[in-house]
Design a protein around this ligand. Sequence first.
Ligand code: ADP
Length: 316
Amino acid sequence: MKIAVLTSGGDAPGMNAAVRAVVRTAIHYGIEAYAVMNGYKGLVDGDIRKFERNDVGMILNRGGTILGSARLEEFKQLEVRQKAVDHLKALSIDALVTIGGDGTYRGAADLCDMGVNCMGIPGTIDNDIASTEYTIGFFTALNTAIDCIDKLRDTSFSHQRCTVVELMGRHCGDLSIFAGVASGSEIVITEETGFHREDVLDKIRKAKQMKKRHMIVVVAEHMLDVFALAQEIEDYTGYETRATVLGYVQRGGTPAAYDRILASKMGTYAVELVRDGAFGHAVCARGIEIFSMPLREALAVKRKRTDLYEYLEKIS
Ligand code: ADP
């Protein structure tokens, strides 16, 4: 038997740990392991290499992905995917483990429709795959965001300022609300909360009147222009206000313990699914349980709003 693995979409800390687990578990079961470089692009170009145990040594603790990642819009076209299928067939590869976000899952599901057995492992800092409680990379990005907000808070407090900070997450507010609660931020604005301008400005003005030295407002990306909001806050509340966009620092860095363990378990589980004859599944985690469901089913799961929003209301 032969199994290939690739990483695709936005890189996430812990992807390497998942690659390592896939390769080593495969070899453990006497299955040949292959790595596809640069996501679906490498699959289409035929950049597929045989991997041995040592090829995944010293990568467990490394951020990013040693396999490289790429975005290939053309992969949505059948003729382009056919090239990928042909390369896999030429090497007699039985299954492909894809590590990435929901775009990666869609690509994998499309390959399944063409007869390729694909498994999906959720690797994204956005935590936007509803079929799993947490995605690989989320907790590392969260720690980075908290670390940055703590630093911003030092200046905010010293200068009696309001700080507006924009976090990543694509269209999922989890990174923002988790970071907001964990850093003691006063206000969090995400797609889940919506942006209620008057409420936000009034809350900040009241805090100013009560002589609060500083305020932190966390805003999820794609919600609003944080620099314009900072100006509005300053004009309306009298707080000196600064905006910071954290950007790509949230993506990198050495993976947190939880992400390494989640990735290791999921990588092993994906290989065992293949070994046991499953076809086209997504690996999921809820609490300590690892399980799987068909890729298309996983893509259709609706995301639940985290209860952390209610905590923020009470303790901010
Ligand atoms: P993520 O996997 O992190 O969500 P993207 O949305 O960029 O990242 O998806 C990664 C890659 O998956 C894309 O560059 C593309 O090659 C492939 N892909 C995304 N959506 C589809 C789709 N609907 N059909 C086929 N392939 C897709």
